[in-house]
Write a protein that binds this ligand. Sequence first.
Ligand code: FMN
Length: 230
Amino acid sequence: MNYEDFFTLVKTRRSVRSFKTDPVPDDDVKKIIDAARFAPSGANSQPWEFILVKDQAVRHQIVEMVKESSQYSRKVESVREEDLMFSGLQGPVRDPGFKNAPVFIVLCGDPRTKEAYPLLTTLTRADSHFASGLASAFLYMTLAATTLGLGSQWVSATGSPLVKPFLKRLLEIPHTLDVYDMLAVGYPEKQPKERFVRDREEMFHDGRYDKAKYKSDAQIRDYIVRLRKR
Ligand SMILES: Cc1cc2nc3c(=O)[nH]c(=O)nc-3n(C[C@H](O)[C@H](O)[C@H](O)COP(=O)(O)O)c2cc1C
């Protein structure tokens, strides 16, 4: 393995939001989950559980749940200052990009594993440690999917309180477990267009924080407004 190959993988991984309906081989799904098993987690607690959803009727129900929650998200977005509004949350609710993806992987975490951390962490930072472990596993899945020529979409609406209870019931997920996010996987129908990535020098601080690089509130706001327009 070398850095160039790794960097190519990192740059090739993109959020795909338009999928072919072609099935994904079961072996590839296993490979994706196998990679995630090796992700770092606080105290090696490995809090994850992976629920594979291939059944079309069940996937359809999940798509509908996400669409429904998106209605409320749009409503909330509408009270925001106009230049900060999220463009994807304007106009009528559309079918989500992941609608045709043949494989959904719902990543759940078992919060009881927070007891594995040192007590100080368990008492003070358990939630962020828990989420970081799950995010690591999630990222590993996206990278593994990329090496297999598959696209993936990170669907965070499934973890929203508007979706979570219904998803738990649909997939018979015990109440003690937490739904993190869902990864939709399939062959890309359209390649995503190039996206903006911040320059290294702008974020790199050698030895100590370079105050010249500190952004004012107005600069951050302007950054977000420009981000919206990209
Ligand atoms: C915590 C988190 C939540 C995200 N939720 C969604 C989502 O619900 N829907 C979606 O299409 N993309 C989602 N994304 C993907 C980001 O929009 C995407 O990573 C970002 O725009 C950069 O594009 P890229 O992944 O193609 O590099 C999420 C990413 C993260 C890290």
